[in-house]
Design a protein around this ligand. Structure first.
Ligand SMILES: [Cu+2]
Length: 724
């Protein structure tokens, strides 16, 4: 978006080549980091090419420093780092589990890649998405690529790719020992939230060892304007990571062991809360340069143990457990073919194994006497291959053509209700028998294509346009959720809408066709004083996985308004415009630098069969911010503007929400090793309802009132950070 855009091209792209050299040391010449340099940007004669299309398409954006600082001060969720990017919104269940929405495509339709790994949530409510495993302070780069996405950025997705990476290890110069670290404590008044995060590195020139940890805790937050406490919004989480780095000449090897524990996290828009989540994982990365090009290899393994029940804000008792194991590899070779051409080849495999079972409740007629098996030994394996050819025909024209194949193989074992014979379980028992009578193995063979071109029309105008065919296979629950009773079906769903869901063994993969063009006007002087990006897009999706109504959920025992819904393939279309820009208002010695940044996004989505609006389409919204930096001071005033949500998904009873404006303020002062930051979110304590936030499920269950989840009221935030 701002001047950082250029940095991102050099340091931030995950698929870039590592050249190992010494850059600007932070302290007394002891630190050596490993900058990643794009291989195809600078010619021997010093002229600059366009930045690589695959590594830095104009459809990609990264948050600027001012936005990152404010996000870290406001929220412990790494997903909040994305909040001001064009085309990006998030929808929340728990406050550490925001799910991304790119160009109107939510959650699984977005490839969310953390440290090169795509972890699927191991929960029927998607309470533990990929971004919940990393704390914001550990995140080094964040990139969201909406719409036209190079095939090397991942398949099995429609909306685009979000790429989040932690910092590479740091090394000392030869003969020196490097000891460096950071620590930070944060307090947020609303909810009484505490966060602490720290990291410590000890390294020589070959070996680097880093330990990072974080702790985040909050009670329920208060909504604005005296609306009161929003129940089930508390959380507690800690993470530990140990990173080992080995660096020798042209080779870098990084191994990260991580453990995350989240003993509680409330979900106001779900029937359940998270009562434990433990993830243990290891992630290895190798980057090497050879005379033929560069090789990047990744491997990972992760185990997640997940437990759900009701935290004290809810009533009832219903234990639900998930156990998931994932493992995989990704290989990527970048091969320069002369000065103008680059070939990228890649192969990856991801295994996801899942058990989802609900233990019996003693004394309950309904939940017993046996264990309910929602997903029994399910697996979803993805084998992906791609080839991508990038050509820089002239200094003004580049093209990119990529082909990708993803083979998705799924299967699951037989399932079981709480009881095969009990009267209260008759519906589920009958459905389980029908489910078990069918074969469950499914294989999807999907092809993706991305073709795009970028042309520098003027020194101040770049145009990038293209077409992408992208596909996504159903997830395990979309295919294999089977329990049609009110209780079983309302446990399934990552939509926060109070409906019940059953899967569909006959689902086909979604295939989206996207055409998009991005115009980028920018400062021709190379000083990046201003930039404006505008990106209209259109997507038609064949077999979009939407829902049909089977029956109403309301009965004599509850006041639910929702329905039992089944996943079905419908066609759908989405179109919209993303725009963003920045403008340097002043840049003088006396007054420092003042910069305006802004973004504005609009999207519309329609189901072509039901003619309803698609679920979770963010209304017109934008951010306008003024950032100032002067010596050790920074300041930011941020205005968030969200129009009323009037186009909704009628089938899911998506609530209409009024428009609102929030004013946020933040600033920081750095003195030697210490930085003190303070801010106020929602200064005027506005009352607002989150347009994609779903409904207050517990309220509806007891009163029948269909109310959107209210957003957070005013919060005073302060943090003290040290780096050494
Ligand atoms: Cu869960």
């Amino acid at each position: 978006m701002s001047h950082l855009q250029n940095n991102r091209i050099v340091y931030g792209c995950p698929w870039v080549v590592a050249f190992f050299s010494v850059i600007q040391p932070a302290f007394a010449g002891t630190i050596v980091t490993l900058p990643r340099v794009d291989i195809s940007t600078t010619h021997a004669d010093g002229t600059q090419d366009e930045p690589s299309l695959a590594d830095a398409p104009l459809s990609a954006s990264s948050p600027d420093q001012g936005s990152l600082r404010m996000s870290r001060l406001s929220s412990p969720d790494a997903a909040s780092l994305l909040r001001n990017l064009p085309g990006v919104s998030t929808y929340s269940g728990g406050r550490l589990a925001d799910l991304p929405v790119l160009n109107g495509m939510a959650d699984d339709r977005v490839a969310t890649v953390v440290d090169g790994v795509r972890i699927a949530p191991a929960c029927p409510n998607h309470m533990n998405p990929a971004l919940s495993y990393i704390d914001p302070d550990s995140v080094q780069t964040v990139t969201a690529t909406a719409g036209l996405t190079p095939v090397s950025n991942g398949g099995d997705s429609l909306g685009g790719t979000i790429n989040v990476e932690r910092a590479d290890p740091r090394f000392a110069r030869h003969g020196k020992i490097l000891v460096t670290g950071r620590a930070r404590g944060t307090y947020r008044s609303n909810g009484g939230a505490y966060s602490a995060a720290g990291s410590m590195t000890v390294a020589n020139d070959i070996l680097s060892l880093r330990y990072s940890a974080s702790y985040d805790e909050s009670g329920d937050y208060d909504a604005g304007d005296g609306l009161g406490r929003v129940l089930s919004t508390e959380y507690l989480r800690y993470t530990h990571d140990v990173t080992l780095g080995i660096h020798k000449r042209n080779h870098l090897f990084v191994l990260t062991f991580s453990q995350q524990d989240a003993p509680r996290e409330g979900f106001p828009n779900q029937f359940m809360d998270m009562t434990n989540n433990r993830s243990t994982g290891v992630n290895g990365k190798y980057v090497g340069t050879f005379n033929w090009g560069t090789l990047e290899a990744r491997g990972y393994w992760q185990r997640v143990i997940h437990a759900m029940n009701m935290l004290p804000d809810k009533t009832g008792n219903m234990p639900m457990n998930d156990d998931s194991r994932t493992a995989g590899y990704a290989l990527k070779a970048t091969i320069p073919l002369g000065l103008a051409h680059t070939l990228r080849l890649g192969s990856s495999f991801d295994h996801e194994g899942l058990n989802d079972w609900w233990p019996p409740v003693t004394g309950s007629m309904m939940m017993g006497p046996d264990t309910f098996h929602a997903i029994n030994n399910g697996h979803r394996d993805r084998l992906g291959h791609f080839a991508e050819w990038e050509a820089h025909w002239t200094n003004r024209l580049s093209t990119l053509l990529g082909l990708r194949n993803d083979l998705i193989m799924m299967d699951t074992g037989n399932v079981a209700p709480y009881s095969w014979t009990g009267m209260m379980n008759a519906t589920d028992a009958q459905a389980a028998k029908a489910f078990n009578a069918r074969s469950h193995g499914r294989t999807d063979v999907n092809f993706d294509v991305t073709a795009m071109a970028r042309y520098r029309v003027l020194d101040s105008l770049d145009v990038e346009a293209g077409y992408a065919r992208k596909s996504r296979a159903p997830n395990l629950y979309e295919r294999y959720a089977w329990g049609p009773s009110n209780m079983a079906s309302t446990m399934i769903g990552w939509f926060g809408d109070g409906n019940g869901y059953v899967g569909n063994l006959d689902l086909k993969s979604e295939v989206g066709h996207t055409a998009s063009v991005t115009f980028r006007w920018h400062d021709p002087s190379g000083q990046n004083r201003w930039e404006l990006k505008v990106q209209p897009y259109y997507t038609y999706v064949h077999n979009y996985i939407n829902v049909q109504v089977l029956r109403s959920l309301s009965s004599s025992k509850n006041k639910l308004n929702g329905s039992l819904l089944q996943f079905v393939n419908h066609d759908a279309q989405m179109y919209g415009i993303n725009s963003s820009g920045h403008y340097t208002v002043w840049n003088t010695h006396a007054y420092g630098k003042g910069e305006l940044t802004g973004s504005l996004s609009w999207v519309r989505g329609q189901d072509m069969v039901s003619h309803s609006g698609l679920y979770q389409q963010m209304p017109l919204h934008g951010t306008l911010a003024l950032n100032e930096t002067i010596g050790p001071w920074t300041g930011r005033v941020e205005l968030e503007l969200i129009k009323s949500k009037t186009t909704v998904d009628q089938i899911r009873l998506e609530p209409r929400t009024p428009g609102y404006a929030l004013l946020n303020l933040g600033g920081s002062y750095t003195w030697r090793m210490m930085t003190l930051s303070a801010g106020i979110d929602n200064i005027f304590n506005q009352r607002y309802y989150m347009p994609l936030g779903g409904i207050l499920v517990e309220t509806e269950k007891s009163t029948g009132q269909h109310i959107a989840v209210p957003g957070m009221g005013r919060s005073f935030n302060v943090s003290l950070a040290a780096s050494f």
